[in-house]
Design a protein around this ligand. Structure first.
Ligand code: SF4
Length: 62
């Protein structure tokens, strides 16, 4: 399972980091950074939750 982020769409809400801190981080401007595009085993549910909770719909699963 892969995850992708669109930094141009991200509004820096940080929900993704709260949901899946091993998969996402934010840069100094609050914009999403994908730490692990290939979601590690055991993190799938967290990554899925992050995608669902992003208010900007900046995240997608691949
Ligand atoms: S939840 Fe969405 S808007 Fe918020 S930081 Fe993550 S990608 Fe950006």
């Amino acid at each position: 399972m892969r995850v992708e982020a669109e930094p141009d769409v991200c509004i820096g809400a940080g929900n993704c980091v709260l949901s899946a801190p091993e998969v996402f981080d934010q840069d100094e401007d609050g914009i999403v950074q994908v730490l692990q595009a290939e979601v590690p085993a055991g993190q799938e549910d967290a990554a899925r939750e992050a995608v669902e909770r992003c208010p900007a719909r900046a995240l997608s699963l691949g």
